[in-house]
Design a protein around this ligand. Structure first.
Ligand SMILES: Cc1ncc(COP(=O)(O)O)c(C=O)c1O
Length: 386
């Protein structure tokens, strides 16, 4: 295991006086604080001591029941026995690594990919095969070629509002990926924390809905309820799901019963349906603000994604730019972001890239922050890396 450079960046980014576009945090204003006392009272009334007791590793029964219609509305057909609750989707990623990866096994990933997945898998010592991407996410032909060339244990993708790029794989490519998975008999780990955070455009079904036998699908309530509760969940073919439960027993036995009971009440009481429009109304202007600020402040030679949802915009600068040095310059002026290199297996590929979060700051602050980052970029380009 390696200490992560990004942890250090996030520590500095959370210092007082720093505007942070570095984290992937929901805005504090997005949390349903006003209903928490009621939710808690309902949990105590309905479940009493059961909500404070040890519980099944598979998850709290009422939450598993409540997740069935939640998932069905998002295109994932499952009954309670086909899903397991984990301590965040991060808990699923760790269990996947533990169960599936032996040293030297090949895991196929997008470049760039979610850093937290690499951190979860790395202790099990995989080798990574990279799948080529363009502005719309992974290229199905590249996936086909990787699966033909390499003995891939599983493919890991974030197809919707990807962390870090914000890109979404279009429907036609999802169908192509499903066909390729079936043809090669390969497992996909589909990580889907962001699809509820859509500000514009049409919802796209998860790849799981086109190839349920080939997909371990995971999502979370971290972005639409509260990450502090650590409630994530996984839908997977039965033999794999069984081993994921065994793997997690040695880690945490089960996810906090109280957190799961609160999550169940949040879903059953219709609170998510009422809260989600408020969260979208909070984030939508922030997305527009950061895209407008990038157009206003960034010099020629830069391009960036136009995410329809999620939390991140991805900026690509000219070859030779070192975003780590840009981050140091921006930090000296009170603004933090994450250099994109950490999201690549081969970090050099991402040297000139930046990941900017747009959900944690208000529109005016985002404009100021982008102005500071633009000044840092211009200064770094002028210095030529010196
Ligand atoms: C792609 C992706 N997967 C998983 C996670 C982990 O989420 P959690 O463990 O809070 O469910 C995140 C959090 O930012 C993420 O961006």
């Amino acid at each position: 295991m390696e200490a992560s450079a990004i942890r250090e960046i996030l520590k500095v980014a959370s210092s007082p006086g720093v505007i942070s576009l570095a984290g992937g945090l929901p805005a504090a204003e997005s949390f349903p604080l006003a209903i928490m006392q009621d939710l808690m009272a309902r949990v105590v009334e309905k479940h009493g001591a059961k909500a404070l007791q040890y519980d099944a590793s598979e998850g709290f029964g009422p939450l598993r029941e409540a997740l069935v219609p939640h998932l069905a509305a998002r295109g994932v057909a499952v009954d309670p026995s086909g899903l397991v609750v984990f301590s965040g989707s991060q808990g699923v990623l760790d269990a996947i690594g533990k169960v599936l990866i032996s040293p030297g096994d090949v895991v196929a990933v997008e470049a760039p990919t979610y850093l937290g997945a690499l951190q979860a898998f790395n202790p099990y010592e995989p080798r990574y095969a990279e799948i080529a991407t363009d502005d719309h996410g992974l290229l199905p032909d590249s996936l086909d070629a990787v699966l033909t060339r390499e003995p891939v244990k599983f493919v890991y993708l974030v197809p919707t509002f990807q962390n870090p790029t914000g890109r979404t794989l279009p429907l036609a490519r999802r169908l192509a990926v499903a066909e390729i998975l079936r043809r090669h008999g390969t497992l996909l780990v589909e990580d889907d924390p962001y699809s509820d955070l859509r500000y514009t455009g049409e919802r796209v079904p998860p790849i799981q809905s086109f190839a349920p036998e080939n997909v371990a699908y995971m999502s979370t309530l971290s972005k639409t309820f509260a990450p502090g509760l650590r409630v994530g969940f996984c839908v997977a073919p039965a033999p794999l799901l069984r081993w994921l439960v065994v793997a997690r027993q040695g880690v945490d036995l089960h996810t906090s019963t109280l957190g799961q009971a609160l999550a169940a009440e949040y879903l059953v009481g219709g609170h998510l349906e009422r809260q989600l429009p408020k969260i979208l109304a909070l984030y939508r202007p922030r997305r527009e603000a950061i895209l407008a600020a990038l157009s206003r402040h960034l010099p020629a030679g830069f391009r960036w994604t136009q995410p329809e949802g999620g939390m991140f915009v991805w900026v690509e600068g000219p070859a030779g730019l070192d975003a780590v040095r840009v981050n140091e310059r921006a930090l000296a002026a009170g603004v933090a972001f994450v250099p994109g290199r950490y999201f690549f297996v081969d970090e050099e590929q991402g040297a000139a890239t930046l990941r900017l979060n747009f959900t944690a700051a208000d529109p005016e602050t985002l404009d100021q922050a982008v102005e500071v980052i633009a000044a840092a970029l211009i200064a770094e380009l002028a210095a030529g890396g010196k």
